[in-house]
Design a protein around this ligand. Sequence first.
Ligand code: SF4
Length: 356
Amino acid sequence: MDSFFTLSLDGLQRLLVGAGFEKFRAKQVFDAVYKNRVFDPQNIPTIPQKLKDWLGGNLEFAAAKLVGNRESEDETKKYLFALSDGYFVESVLLEAPSDDGRTRKTLCISTQVGCACGCKFCASAMHGFIRNLSAGEIVAQALPFVKEEAGNGKTERKFEFENIVVMGMGEPLINCDNLMKALEVFNAPDKFAFGARRITVSTCGIADKLSKLAEDKFPFRLAISLHGATDEVRGRIMPINKKFPLATLLDAAEKFAESNGRMITLEYILIKDVNDSFAQAHALAKIAKRLHAHVNLIPYNRVEALPWKRSDLGRRAAFAKVLKDAKVSYTLRREKGAEIDAACGQLALKKRESEK
Ligand code: SF4
């Protein structure tokens, strides 16, 4: 079944007219879904029952079904979605302070079931690669997060989150076509109208795709999972570094930054005695300065069955100080959601193992 979300208003009008409905019904459905956030056609009050039934029978509205969630003390919430073929993916809702000091909610969504990139510290890599998510399945991870807000004498339905990061299970740039279709749904003015600066795509460093996105004037923010500041260290934990070594990746990132005009974020998970040395901190500072990038230092969330440990508090602070002294923009993230398996892929991995 085709996804409702990848249809334009024109496309929906054509479909409805072809099925014997009036053209204006398409706009009613579009407004109900994108303005009022009603995602079950049976609940759209403005259309006749016959159209509700036709929509439900011919277009897919919820390609992934929310089947479970867990919440940690720091209010990180992790959600498990079931797909129609029995696989699971997950999304995470995080609360974090932003540059202006306000706390904002960010939804982290997945793009693949499992992942082929094989990062040694990652739970998603333990699945191996299973399949790409469709655009509808990527969008569906945002749909349960609607809240009602009262104002001006009426109640509005809005998304709970203010930012989206594509950083869950999978490597987004390997599923680029479906990713772009999903981002269009979030960003288009006549759809969810999420500003491009509120959407971040995170890659482990698919350099050839980055160069292509630079040519295509990709409007969204970019984060690069670096996790090692030399080929020797990065190569130990990220097999993708063999295909795209740092020199190739950084050239592509530089080209991307020039074309995109937004500050890149370098994600750096601090793993004890692997990538948390002073030498790595200095090398990271050099890379960040070259790219004019912001560095996000993240304490490692332990994954059962993997040997890696989180860097000690003192080491994390010392690492951060090197960046500070080098005048690199950085944040040292508080560990979030460790007790609910917030490292990507862990909840889906456990669910899959329990189903087995
Ligand atoms: S960290 Fe990201 S790119 Fe690496 S294996 Fe995990 S999901 Fe894939």
